[in-house]
Design a protein around this ligand. Structure first.
Ligand code: THU
Length: 127
């Protein structure tokens, strides 16, 4: 993995510390790198009304978009767990909306997987 992606993953790992996950126990962090070099991070934020919960990836992307960034070059996701998981379907669709080809790096404390959004969401819906 490149130094850049490693740094991005480190930002995601830090963001996971802010996760509000009292229901699932899965603390997730994400970091998205913008074409201008800036990085936006986010964590999952759960709610007692479960369907209102938001994933870390969408928190990070929505933060970036609301600050005027739409051109992303990579996204990293870190989960503080023995399990490792790729972005959920909803997050894949949101990642694809802005950056249909970017690398997606997901990791936990002992494993890192490098993929791309094209690989994770083949045949994506778009308008
Ligand atoms: N979660 C994420 O933050 N990202 C994903 O891509 C999958 C799931 C969160 C949502 C919820 O707070 C917890 O992980 C368990 O599903």
């Amino acid at each position: 993995m490149t130094k850049d992606l490693n740094t991005l993953l480190e930002v995601a790992r830090e963001a996971a510390k802010q996760a509000y996950a009292p229901y699932s126990g899965y603390k997730v962090g994400s970091a998205v790198k913008c074409a201008d070099g800036s990085i936006y991070s986010g964590c999952n934020v759960e709610n007692a009304s479960f369907s209102l919960s938001i994933c870390a990836e969408r928190t990070a992307i929505f933060k970036a978009v609301s600050e005027g960034k739409r051109d992303f070059t990579a996204i990293a996701i870190y989960v503080d767990s023995d399990k490792i998981f790729p972005p959920c379907g909803a997050c894949r669709q949101v990642i694809h909306e802005f950056s249909p080809k970017i690398p997606v790096i997901y990791a936990n404390h002992h494993e890192t997987i490098e993929s791309t959004i094209a690989e994770l969401l083949p045949g994506a819906f778009s308008l």
